[in-house]
Design a protein around this ligand. Structure first.
Ligand code: ASP
Ligand code: MG
Length: 425
């Protein structure tokens, strides 16, 4: 058996969903678990909805209407019969969301986030499962919240491997004996108290890897809108090159530094069982893509990982004394408490600098905690560039017209925190 994963871009509209049907028809020759993300950019929209609801910033009802009509429009293109049962299935989800939105927030922001944002995956899988079925592709819709069990770290659920493995083997594997296709949500899981959790943004890849691990799958294929793993993000770079083969080790490094092609947590479970991961284009399903597998061949090609909208924090003791181990331990505890991931760090005698994603509310909460004990300077709107297999020419070229705030080099990797010159210091 194998696991397929279709991300948001591959199911962004009705045409895309029809393309998924044609890929499944032509490529599936064995029992296959199909993991699907929320459609298009709907997760961002749902994030907006949670913000509006929780912080009372913005018009909850009109954002919710956008979410509804986006899905209903796609459904109308796929199910011309207005009496199709898919409409009442979608409506049930909308009603559940409406009720939640009418209540005053009673839990943490992250808890509410997970209950609402997870519905993107529920809606997409309901639509796609029904569409495949109506097109003659028999499949079973399953609920990931009953299989992928996590603790209650909302928005970053920690997966209980033993429990989830047991559930997947007992509940999902037998279904593959009677149905060639199982359709299931990526990104979401459930707690022992039956709340929904999410696994972190872009977490559907991770779900695919977990399901492959639990079922001892032969391979995982992630279908993307690019030809495979590229040496740079085509959003920011011209003349990108596709990497044909990649070791697990290199893949982990690339994703760790922020290459957004695969979720960083995806590789480890696959590596532990030696399950190959193939990344290929849903626009060109017969092309070869990138194969990630065991191997000690190191990638020689230079690769570039660019992270925009970063914020650089410089943390100093209030009395300008040295930053010592006990300060660092306190600082790290606060980062962990607020769930802020460190993208790069550097320390000098009196200050500790950290580059993080500029996630407004999280950073504000972190800052106010940090400021109880430290002086914190910050520089927003900076960029973090990571270059693997760099040379000086590349570094010079990429830092042209930029002010370098921090530079850090190891033998293979160079990281630059930069600011555009015109933006000022
Ligand atoms: N829909 C979720 C997100 O956009 C999960 C995923 O796409 O992998 O973050
Ligand atoms: Mg997505």
């Amino acid at each position: 058996m194998q696991v397929f994963k279709f991300g948001g871009a591959s199911v962004k509209d009705s045409e895309a969903v029809r393309n998924v049907l044609s890929i499944l028809k032509s490529q599936v020759k064995e029992p296959t678990v199909v993991v699907v993300s929320a459609m298009g950019k709907i997760t961002n929209k749902l994030e907006e909805l949670v913000k509006a609801y929780f912080y009372k910033e913005g018009d909850v009802q009109s954002i919710f209407e956008e979410v509804k009509s986006f899905h209903l429009n796609i459904a109308e293109q796929l199910f011309p019969n207005v009496a199709d049962p898919v409409y009442s299935e979608l409506n049930n989800v909308f009603v559940e969301m409406q009720w939640a939105l009418e209540e005053e927030p009673a839990y943490s922001y992250d808890h509410h986030y997970d209950q609402l944002v997870s519905q993107g995956e529920v809606l997409s899988t309901k639509i796609i499962s029904a569409f495949l079925e109506s097109s003659g592709l028999r499949n079973k819709w399953m609920d990931a919240r009953g299989l992928i069990q996590t603790d209650n770290t909302y928005r970053e659920g920690k997966v209980d491997y033993a429990l989830s493995e047991d559930l997947v083997q007992k509940e999902l594997l037998p279904v593959l004996k009677t149905h060639q296709l199982v359709l299931i949500q990526g990104f979401i899981g459930g707690t022992s108290e039956n709340f929904t959790t999410t696994l972190g943004r872009e977490g559907s890849d991770y779900t695919a890897a977990l399901l492959a691990y639990f079922t001892n799958a032969r391979q995982v294929i992630i279908w993307k809108d690019v030809a495979g793993v590229l040496n740079a993000d085509p959003k920011y770079f011209r003349n990108t090159k596709k990497i044909d083969e990649l070791s697990y080790h290199d893949a982990i490094e690339l994703t760790y530094f922020g290459a957004s092609v695969i979720h960083p947590k995806t590789i480890k479970p696959l590596q532990n069982k030696g399950i190959p991961l193939i990344v290929k284009s849903f626009l060109d399903p017969n092309a070869i893509g990138t194969s990630i597998h065991e191997g000690d061949q190191r990638l020689q090609m230079a690769s570039y990982i660019f992270k925009d909208k970063q914020i650089l924090l410089s943390i100093q003791a209030k009395d300008f004394s040295f930053i010592a181990e006990d300060n660092l331990s306190e600082i790290f505890n606060l980062f962990s408490k607020h769930g802020v991931r460190v993208n790069m760090m550097q320390n000098s005698a009196i200050s500790f600098s950290v580059c993080v994603d500029d996630e407004q509310h999280k950073i504000q909460n972190l800052l106010s905690d940090l400021q109880n004990h430290f002086r914190v300077l910050y520089n927003s709107n900076v960029q973090l560039m990571t270059i693997r297999n760099y040379d000086q020419d590349i570094v010079n070229k990429l830092s042209q017209n930029k002010i370098i705030l921090i530079e850090q080099r190891s033998r293979n990797t160079c990281q630059l925190v930069m600011k555009s010159e015109e933006a000022g210091g």
